[in-house]
Design a protein around this ligand. Structure first.
Ligand code: ADP
Length: 425
């Protein structure tokens, strides 16, 4: 296998977003959960996104994990590796973007690294090195109050300089607008002056296409899904990807019983559950019983097993904002959230043991808990059910493929559960 593109993502949902973007651009893409085992059998793909949880951990650990991900990707022929960060440049002065970039740069032997978190389709643009979130600079956006990584400086040249050991320069929009050759010339000049990385301005997708084209001359780049888009389009334009044309293995139906789990309490999910009541049996868990550890998961599984052979079912812990607030007051927010996530993971495990091969999960944290519990090494990214939510086919799971859909709370239309199951055969 020779990967056209290897990616290391610093969190799971960012990894899914990138994998979905690459797939939409025409790259066959697998997302792995953590650095895969050396013997993971992969289908023939163009790109692999290794998902780490390294955004807010200690910098040394983030470097070690990113390095082992890079090694795995290079061993599979990846010529270029994108270190995928958040489009809001989520990080503190201690890292982890700078330290990981420095390490990957050293390993790759690149003289200079292109860095841009721009992703115009989600309102993230960079001008004169300043990151904008919609109409406001980063330090005026809600990210200034982020609980883990508050962002008080919108000038990314300064932000990255505080984290990195190399000098950080700027390739501004005027250079980008002049095209790939102008950018190459500017990079050569900056590299000659001792700069080891640059923030690249990007306001429109065409800017990311230019940056992607130039980045492919290098072994490493750093950016969000927007840079993934630029790299993917450049690879497609250069004829460096295999065709996405229907592959009989990856489209083969998996069959078997189907189930849905909802742990998100978002407006959208509550509406989707209400709609699902008209299409399938729905069980509402009693969150107090879940937290008390009174066998609520066992009861839910027994309920499900009686119905699974007749058609899909939905099990939900979700409740209204008032009920969530009251529950959190009684038990504490983290304790309540964690207990319910673990109950959802128990139920998912029991459902799979009962033969479920198709599973839809609503809720970002809930999905993470379920995927970790099921020990799934990775996914091949398939058709989009709703914006940002693809069908996922497991890779490397003993006992045959499963199909999953993992949705963050607010994603999807009112009929999301039925829409997902229609595409998950
Ligand atoms: P979203 O994607 O909407 O943020 P998540 O799954 O990430 O959804 O987060 C929802 C959180 O709420 C989880 O920690 C989940 O365990 C918790 N939760 C689920 N149901 C309830 C409930 N009825 N009351 C309080 N918390 C709940």
């Amino acid at each position: 296998m020779t990967l056209a593109l290897g990616c290391i993502a610093d969190d799971y949902t960012g990894a899914s977003d990138l994998a979905n973007t690459l797939t939409r651009c025409g790259l066959r893409t697998v997302q792995t959960i953590g650095v895969p085992a050396a013997d993971l059998a992969l289908p023939e793909v163009d790109a692999v996104v290794v998902s780490l949880k390294s955004r807010s951990i200690e910098a040394d650990l983030a470097v070690t994990r990113s390095r082992s991900a890079e090694k795995w990707l290079r061993e599979r022929g990846a010529r270029h590796v994108l270190f995928k960060i958040c489009s809001t440049f989520d990080s503190t002065d201690a890292g982890n973007i700078g330290p990981v970039m420095d390490a990957l740069r050293a390993d790759s032997g690149d003289a200079i690294v292109l860095v841009t978190p721009a992703f115009p389709e989600t309102g993230r643009t960079v001008y004169q090195g300043n990151l904008f979130v919609g109409a406001v600079p980063l330090n005026e956006s809600p990210l200034k109050d982020h609980p883990l990584n508050p962002m008080h400086d919108s000038n990314l040249v300064r932000v990255l300089a505080r984290q990195s050991r190399t000098r950080i320069g700027l390739v501004d929009l005027a250079d980008i607008a002049r095209g790939a050759e102008a950018v190459r010339a500017r990079l050569a000049q900056l590299s000659g002056q001792g700069f080891g990385a640059v923030i690249a301005d990007a306001v429109f997708e065409r800017d990311l296409e230019t940056i992607g084209q130039v980045a492919l001359d290098h072994r490493v780049s750093v950016g969000a899904s927007g840079l993934g888009l630029g790299l993917a389009r450049a690879l497609v334009a250069a004829g460096n990807v295999k065709s996405l044309a229907a592959d009989p293995i990856s489209n083969a139906p998996v069959g078997g019983p189907a189930a849905c789990l909802a742990g998100s309490c978002s407006q959208a999910t509550l509406q989707q559950i209400a709609r699902a009541e008209q299409a399938m049996p729905v069980l509402h868990l009693d969150p107090d019983q879940v937290i008390a550890g009174n066998g609520e998961s066992r009861r839910a599984l027994a309920w499900a097993r009686e119905r699974l052979q007749e058609g899909p079912i939905l099990i939900a812990s979700s409740s209204t904002p008032e009920e969530v607030a009251a529950l959190q007051l009684r038990h504490g927010r983290d304790a309540a959230g964690h207990a319910i996530e673990q109950a959802m993971a128990d139920i998912a495990e029991g459902l799979v043991q009962s033969g479920v091969r198709r599973l839809v999960v609503a809720g970002g944290e809930t999905s993470g808990a379920v995927v970790d519990r099921l020990g799934i090494p990775g996914f091949l990214v398939g058709a989009e059910i709703a914006a940002g939510v693809p069908v996922l086919r497991t890779v490397g799971v003993n006992g045959g493929d499963m199909l999953l859909a993992l949705k963050s709370g607010n994603f999807g239309g009112p009929e999301f559960f039925s829409d997902a199951l229609k595409l998950m055969r």
